[in-house]
Design a protein around this ligand. Structure first.
Ligand SMILES: C=CC1=C(C)c2cc3[nH]c(cc4nc(cc5[nH]c(cc1n2)c(C)c5CCC(=O)O)C(CCC(=O)O)=C4C)c(C)c3C=C
Ligand code: FE2
Ligand code: FE2
Length: 330
């Protein structure tokens, strides 16, 4: 089969190689040293990171990873590989040729360097970069851009590049999210108040111009509209705080701990910012926050709506993004 005149780089955050404290320390050391993620002045942050964070956090976080680890490895990577295979199969059929699709992580493996080398070996001279973050943030999407630029530094001839910045109100993305919620309601035979939970960022990043919260709000409203929900049927919150600074509010954990169960005895939680399930959804939302709601607030019913992962409508939506963003390259 002939090769397509372009390749697709699916980019995501990355995850530790093993659920052990040394592997988590390596991963967090790379992740939390990135200025796009934490912009505290370097000498001070070096002391805090190496003197405190990397001495205490890896043990606790490795234990959490052990609780969600799958036979194929970390969920984020295992699902990423399934997304890569499914997208490649769909694009091969769509274009009638071999479309190179690689997965590259900002931190950990497969590294952006190994991905760039794979494209170079396959003689790919045009790359569409598709960060698997529907909402843009400097801490995720811009970090992909930086890591890719670093990985391409040894390249004498740069490939031609196109970069998808976000797709937060793409019609097919919203339709896939809505379909996943409706299927969830059907399977459970019950529908609760919908809690739309987003990974947070420090509030200051938004004040400085990161459009992330505006995009999360737009996606939330579009999803509620697609499901025909009234304003009183859904709530939007932010999860996964890190450090002492104020993050975007309202916080998911505080909201669930103090839930008014007379107004809504049950909640279904969806996290539309995560295109693949990972530690933050499988442990923090499915386990930890369930306890806050059921035990602390005395809730009646709590369920988690899985990420879009390798659902057909998710892969079809990604293939549509590829088609629209490679016009003129075919
Ligand atoms: C200042 C710290 C962090 C910012 C800003 C941040 C933004 C951010 N992260 C995601 C997506 C994911 N984050 C994940 C894990 C994770 N995030 C942070 C910190 C920040 N994230 C840490 C320290 C960790 C690791 C776990 C821990 O130590 O608590 C993951 C899961 C990775 C996995 O292996 O499963 C994802 C995915 C987004 C979308 C985002 C901003 C919009
Ligand atoms: Fe994060
Ligand atoms: Fe977390």
């Amino acid at each position: 089969m002939a090769q397509a005149p372009f390749g697709v780089l699916l980019a995501n955050l990355g995850t530790p190689d093993e659920p052990t404290p040394p592997a988590v320390r390596r991963y967090l050391g790379q992740f939390l040293w990135d200025k796009r993620v934490i912009d505290v002045s370097r000498p001070l942050w070096w002391l805090i990171l190496n003197g405190f964070v990397l001495r205490t956090r890896p043990k606790r976080v490795a234990e959490a990873y052990r609780g969600v680890w799958q036979e194929e490895g970390s969920p984020l990577l295992a699902i990423g590989r399934r997304q890569q295979r499914a997208l490649k199969a769909r694009l091969d059929a769509q274009y009638g040729c071999d479309v190179p699709v690689e997965l590259g992580m900002t931190y950990g493996n497969p590294s952006m360097e190994s991905t760039a080398n794979a494209f170079r070996r396959a003689d790919v001279s045009r790359i569409l970069v598709l960060p698997l973050y529907p909402q843009y943030s400097r801490s995720t999407t811009a970090a992909v851009f930086d890591r890719l630029a670093d990985a391409l530094k040894p390249c004498p001839a740069l490939p031609e590049l196109r970069f998808i910045r976000d797709y937060h109100v793409d019609d097919d993305y919203i339709a896939a999210l809505a379909a996943s919620v409706r299927e969830h309601w059907e399977q459970r035979g019950r529908r609760n108040h919908l809690l739309i939970s987003w990974h947070g960022i420090p509030k200051r990043y938004a004040t400085e111009g990161d459009p992330y919260p505006r995009q999360c709000e737009a996606t939330s409203r579009a999803l509620a509209r697609a499901l025909g929900l009234e304003d009183s049927d859904w709530t939007m919150t932010y999860q996964s705080r890190f450090g002492r600074e104020e993050w975007l509010k309202p916080y998911t954990d505080e909201t669930l701990k103090h839930w008014d169960i007379r107004a809504a005895p049950g909640v279904d939680v969806i996290c539309p910012g995560f295109s693949a399930d990972c530690l933050e959804t499988l442990e923090e939302i499915q386990e930890e926050n369930r306890e806050y709601f059921m035990d602390e607030a005395g809730g009646e019913d709590y369920s988690y709506v899985p990420a879009l992962n390798d659902r057909d409508d998710h892969i079809a939506m990604l293939a549509g993004l590829v088609a629209r963003n490679t016009r003129g390259w075919e």
